[in-house]
Design a protein around this ligand. Sequence first.
Ligand SMILES: *[C@@H]1O[C@H](CO)[C@@H](O)[C@H](O)[C@H]1NC(C)=O
Length: 220
Amino acid sequence: MEINYVLLLQLLVGLSSFIGFGKPDPEPLHDYCVADTKNPHKFFSNGVPCINPDHTLASHFATSALSQPGNMNQFNFNVTLTNTNNLPGLNTFGLVMARIDIAVNGLVPPHSHPRASEVTILLEGSLLVGFVDTSNRLYTQRLRPGDCFVFPKGLIHFLYNTDLVKPALAVSGLSSQNPGAQISSLAAFTSNPAMPDEILKKGFKVTGQDVTRIRRNLEG
Ligand SMILES: *[C@@H]1O[C@H](CO)[C@@H](O)[C@H](O)[C@H]1NC(C)=O
């Protein structure tokens, strides 16, 4: 019987991409790799170098970093994250936890995390959440305390506190120790150096005055 090499190759390529699909950060090769936050790093690695495992303490796996809300920003929200500095035991596990405080009528504006999916649980208040997929379909949901919602990796999403009396408190787990965040409006209008006006005028179908006004509003 003649072997169809092209078919075999296609099968192998398909299989390998299927197995690799949806993988979070690289798999850890040890029980843990407590981040070395003290010594200056002389090289760059995908993650943070580990301390000597003999020096590991239980406190490396604990943090109070999320116990207090941070200061509200111009959109009236604050996100506080665990990271390899405040929770060094998290290094290499491909996850992070976020505390999200949203003031009355505050908005976490449309943004995306290039390296992580996110699952949110609402603890207090009420939220309107949603994301847009790559076919431009919007999925939204109203959350009550105890409700969860998933934001798929890389897709643009928002969290809006529609309540005019109560602030909202939510907690998210994200599937990367360095999820990254890009707020769409800030990326377009307040990048450094600035995106040429011509790009923004054509991209958003607005005038030069509109561009100036939006820039001023977002930077103000
Ligand atoms: C949240 O608050 C902290 C501390 O006040 C601040 O450093 C941080 O930039 C704030 N983050 C956001 C997204 O507003």
